[in-house]
Design a protein around this ligand. Sequence first.
Ligand code: COA
Length: 163
Amino acid sequence: MQFVPSASIPEAAQRFAELQNREWGHLYPDASVERSRFDLLNNRYDESDLTTLRLAWFACNEEGEPLGVAMLVGDGEVEPRDERDLEGPWFAGLVVDPAFRRQGVGAALLDFVTEQARLFGFQRLRLVTEHKTKFYEQRGWTIERVVTLNSVLNTVMFITLGP
Ligand SMILES: CC(C)(COP(=O)(O)OP(=O)(O)OC[C@H]1O[C@@H](n2cnc3c(N)ncnc32)[C@H](O)[C@@H]1OP(=O)(O)O)[C@@H](O)C(=O)NCCC(=O)NCCS
């Protein structure tokens, strides 16, 4: 498996933006396919400002075909009242093409993006998930808190990256 910045395969952005929105559109009233697509086409991070962090990578097979996507984002994952004491960065946007699930792509993307966060020097990474706490617990993540997103219960989890 290889990992490439999502902006390097622009023709895949629409399909994965649609997959992402199908999963989380109901949790974020401001979400749209267009916004997700923009983020996949415009990977960005000004290291002096965490709120600018919006990076995404595709996991690709040997032929360079994208199988899944995951992101590292600075904010916007939880509602403003929770954001005050739940700082980023966040692991986000993990979706694997339904045709390629249960082959280790999701876990590989999680490992890869976690390592990118560590290389940036972050001490801790968070995520919020509606249904997949077990998937992340099995991979070393800890439950931190229950929050609501658009009135739907979700779980914030974290992993420690630093010493
Ligand atoms: C969650 C999601 C990203 C997982 O992607 P995936 O590529 O299927 O993930 P993996 O293959 O690494 O792991 C999934 C399961 O398959 C198992 N698996 C991995 N390789 C396998 C193989 N070769 N044969 C059988 N099972 C396998 C894993 O052990 C894991 O089991 P678990 O759920 O009991 O931990 C994917 O189901 C998805 O896109 N779901 C919709 C979006 C979503 O829920 N995203 C996460 C939101 S926080």
